[in-house]
Design a binder for this molecule. Structure first.
Ligand code: FES
Length: 157
């Protein structure tokens, strides 16, 4: 899990100070906060709301509306299992279920060891390899659920 330190909060405070009163301040500040912390957890949202003098509901609304913002810590590895049509018909849902089962972590969440975040994705543009999964920049194709534990183990070393 990422460690937060005082300097991150000080940096955030500077951003808040700069953006305060500007148009789009919430959006701009959230973007900077995500750069600083890697995601925008609740306490960061609260600090932004208080600093900018806007309701927490507004900050939360923006943070949850735009998919670019992660509310939870992201894992070192982002696993994206394609649920596009070509992959779906070739069984990608079973592959995704196997990832979820193997990591005991639901889709959209990060494994307790902080290593993996599981996502389902739209077409990754590699339909010829369906069903497809990406782990960061690595592409895995023609998967069956039984492949999953071995693949994940490679990232645990
Ligand atoms: S549908 Fe999965 S890569 Fe295109």
């Amino acid at each position: 899990m990422p460690a937060y330190n005082q300097s991150m909060y000080l940096e955030l405070d500077k951003v808040i100070e700069t953006n305060k009163g500007q148009k789009g301040a919430v959006m701009m500040t959230l973007q900077s906060a995500q750069d600083i912390f890697g995601h925008v957890p609740k306490d960061v949202q609260i600090r932004i709301a208080e600093g900018l003098g806007v309701p927490l509901s507004e900050v939360y609304g923006v943070a949850t509306f735009y998919s670019q913002f992660a509310l939870d810590p992201r894992g070192q590895y982002i696993i994206g299992v394609c649920l596009g049509t070509a992959c779906y018909v070739k069984g990608s849902k079973d592959v995704l279920d196997k990832v979820v089962e193997t990591l005991a972590t639901p889709v959209g969440k990060t494994s307790p060891d902080g290593l993996f975040t599981i996502k389902d994705t739209r077409c990754l543009g590699a339909c010829g390899l369906a069903p497809v999964m990406m782990i960061n920049d690595d592409v895995y194709g023609r998967l069956v659920p039984a492949d999953i534990p071995g693949i994940l183990n490679k990232y645990r070393a």
